[in-house]
Design a protein around this ligand. Structure first.
Ligand SMILES: C[S@@+](CC[C@H](N)C(=O)[O-])C[C@H]1O[C@@H](n2cnc3c(N)ncnc32)[C@H](O)[C@@H]1O
Length: 689
């Protein structure tokens, strides 16, 4: 067994243990119908990391990230409430003049912040309350801290202290926090043990946090270690207890005929699938010693992917795509983590208040919260609340934004400076926009754009609620933006994506994405990134940066796009994101080799960081030298030309398409009883004639 395997970090815990699972797969439905719980313990033992409170997984059949009522809730215990309305899958109603992508892309995209759009319909509840007072504050915003990194601040401890005083009598369970980094852990100021080393009421909080952090750092090391081991050995001994062998007993991989038979009988039962997954993971962990003679590795992998798809409710294509991102055992952890909601987090709006004051105000209302971690000085993690967190007077007064922790990352990487001119190219519903405006302290200007006009309504509402006064909202296709204006100090492209990082919030992704969707998305992202680069001013005195981000974990939407941009724009280079944690981007993936600097990009995973899956890349845009000015400015280039630039990479062959169109036209004419014109010979054949 791997040294660390015995000691592994627990799973990313949900806000309240026991309110898990957004399963919508077939197995889930069966479980619920039969009233039995999904017996996941065995699997968790295999991964030896994901040890969530499986017995309490009651699950929700519809997914959409809304946890089903837990036993605690039914008994009347408190839970976190959201009153914010969930928006649609996004990107509906985009003008259809670019039929090629826009039409096809409808409903392809996923918006990382869709879960927390502007509050609607709850205002009446608070009429005549503090709300009015806050409105007066609009013209005199409180200026909060503008730096994201403030490691000297003792604010975290203060908030914890306030929080712990209020919580004393409540006996709250302490779920695992969002995972901080090893570097943060080593810096930790929380080792404030009493001199005699005793645990006291005053140091308990800090000690438990320090333990969480140490465990988190350990988890990151574990993952790294197993990745390295897998790469080096070409085999993945994932450290399963040897006595597990006995539990497997005589279990063996079914033959192709047996699998066919199984299908005709309506598929295997959930126990069989579970046992088989566990078995395959074990065999693949030490293939030389555990595999059956004559059965190749691919057979085990095929079986495992098919069972994962079945068990977790994915289509096989996506199950395989996601499986391929990780070593075998870690893949299971990833799929498991997608069954658990991520922690509820809020971002303090420093234009209106300070985090300490906000924390105090919410604690007074019965909200149990803590600072997210040292990497942000504006984030709070909400554990429990007796009030709807999306409808408190503080929320309505714009003191905070309900925002996933991962969504802070691109803005931290962007690091806008006061008085700069910033573009947020795909911005609705505005989680990152309002964060940018706050970091600019309402100075400079933020142009915020979204191709979907309907979505700019919630964007505008958020901008007003949070008191951002330096924002100009517009609605263009981002691919046209360089033609509209340019010269920005910094640009954020939080690109439309497949949402494979936010499956715990929107489980429909599990079944509604096909290979073609990923091709189209990658195509659009490549077009957008070039336009985003060309919107940055290389002359900027303070900036000249682009941040590209997605809430997806696939390589096609991330490293492949970044690598493409590096090839097409020799005047840009990747730079450090400034984020103190996250895994390095892939520089090699399934036979593709990317620019080595792609390792500067960062990946975030639910099973590692207890955040939504996310990707962040930061570019520095430099002046074009004469030698590289061959690549025209997208701004001055017609869209048709820009699209042609992608031809070779995207596998679209216009000549081939022309032929298909021609054939289709001829068929149509024949069907109408018309005689099609004689078939035109392709130029080459004519020449050879
Ligand atoms: C991931 S979401 C952005 C989330 C936003 N940055 C936030 O933090 O709230 C992607 C957005 O891109 C928009 N979008 C899709 N295609 C676009 C295009 N061609 N140009 C500009 N925006 C586009 C979608 O309408 C969607 O709102």
């Amino acid at each position: 067994m791997g040294r660390r395997a015995k000691n592994k970090q627990g799973p990313p815990q949900p806000i309240k243990q026991g309110s898990l699972s957004t399963k919508n797969g077939k197995r889930k439905a069966e479980d619920e119908d039969s009233g039995t719980l999904r017996p996941s313990k065995k699997l968790k033992d295999v991964s030896n990391k994901v040890k969530g409170d499986s017995t309490s997984k009651s699950g929700t059949p519809n997914g959409k990230g809304r946890p089903k009522k837990t036993k605690e809730e039914k008994k009347g215990k408190k839970q976190v409430h959201f009153d914010s309305e969930e928006s649609g899958s996004g990107w509906e109603d985009v003008e259809d003049d670019k039929v090629d992508l826009k039409v096809q892309a409808k409903s392809l995209f996923h918006d990382s912040d869709d879960e927390f759009p502007v509050l609607q319909g709850d205002l009446e509840e608070f009429e005549g309350e503090e709300n009015g007072d806050y409105e007066e504050d609009d013209d005199e915003p409180l200026r909060g801290p503008t730096q994201e990194f403030d490691f000297d601040s003792d604010e975290d401890e203060d908030i914890q202290l306030i929080s712990s005083k209020v919580k004393k009598s409540k006996q709250f369970e302490r779920p695992t926090k969002i995972i901080p980094t090893a570097s943060v852990t080593s810096d930790s100021e929380d080792s404030d043990e009493d001199e005699d080393g005793k645990v006291t009421m005053s140091n308990m909080e800090a000690r438990s946090r320090a333990l969480d952090e140490a465990a988190a750092a350990e988890a990151e090391l574990d993952a790294e270690e197993s990745r390295q081991a897998a790469l080096e050995a070409g085999d993945e001994d994932i450290g399963i207890d040897d006595d597990e062998e006995e539990v497997d007993g005589e279990f063996r991989l079914p033959t192709a005929t047996e699998r066919e038979e199984e299908k005709t009988q309506g598929g295997p039962d959930v126990q069989t699938v579970q046992q088989r997954m566990r078995f395959c993971v074990r065999v693949l962990g030490n293939f030389k010693n555990r595999s059956e003679k004559g059965r190749p590795r691919t057979e085990y992998i095929e079986q495992l992917i098919s069972d994962i798809a079945n068990y977790y409710g994915y289509n096989e294509f996506l199950a395989e795509k996601l499986f391929q991102l990780f070593p075998v055992a870690e893949a299971i952890e990833f799929f498991e983590a997608n069954e658990v909601p991520r922690p509820v987090t809020i971002r303090t709006n420093t234009l209106r208040t300070r985090r300490r004051d906000l924390a105090q105000a919410l604690i007074n209302r019965g909200v149990n919260l803590e600072p997210i971690g040292k990497w942000t000085n504006v984030g709070l993690q909400v554990f429990e609340s007796s009030v709807p967190i999306g409808a408190t007077p503080e929320y309505l007064a714009g003191h905070y934004m309900l925002q996933a922790a991962s969504s802070f990352l691109p803005v931290i990487a962007l690091s806008p400076q006061p008085n700069e001119r910033v573009l947020d190219m795909a911005s609705a519903p505005g989680g990152k926009t309002t964060h940018i405006a706050a970091l600019l302290q309402n100075t400079g200007v933020v142009f915020v754009n979204d191709a979907n006009k309907a979505r700019t309504k919630s964007l505008t509402a958020n901008i007003h609620r949070l008191g951002c006064k330096n924002v100009v909202v517009c609605s263009y296709d981002g691919r046209e933006f360089p033609k509209v204006m340019g010269g920005f100090d910094r640009v954020l492209l939080d690109a439309p994506c497949s949402g494979t990082g936010v499956i715990s919030k929107d489980s429909s992704v599990k079944v509604n994405k096909s290979e073609r969707d990923f091709t189209l998305l990658s195509h659009l992202q490549k077009q957008l990134i070039l336009c985003a680069i060309d919107s940055v001013s290389p002359e900027s005195k303070t900036g000249g940066y682009l941040v590209y981000s997605t809430c997806s974990v696939t390589v096609d939407e991330n490293e492949a796009v970044v690598d493409y941009a590096l090839r097409k724009r020799p005047n840009v280079k990747l730079v450090d994101t400034g984020l103190s944690f996250g895994r390095e981007g892939f520089t090699k993936y399934r036979g593709k080799v990317f620019n080595p600097t792609v390792s500067l990009t960062r990946r975030f995973y639910p099973h590692v960081h207890n955040m939504d899956g996310f990707f962040v890349a930061k570019f520095k845009v430099e002046r074009r030298s004469k030698s590289n000015s061959a690549t025209e400015n997208v701004k001055d280039t017609p869209m048709s030309t820009i699209e042609n630039e992608y031809k070779e990479d995207l596998g679209f062959d216009p000549d081939e398409d022309r032929d298909y169109i021609e054939k289709a036209k001829r068929r149509q004419m024949k069907a109408k009883g018309l005689r099609p014109p004689p078939h035109k010979m392709p130029p080459q054949s004519q020449e050879s004639n």
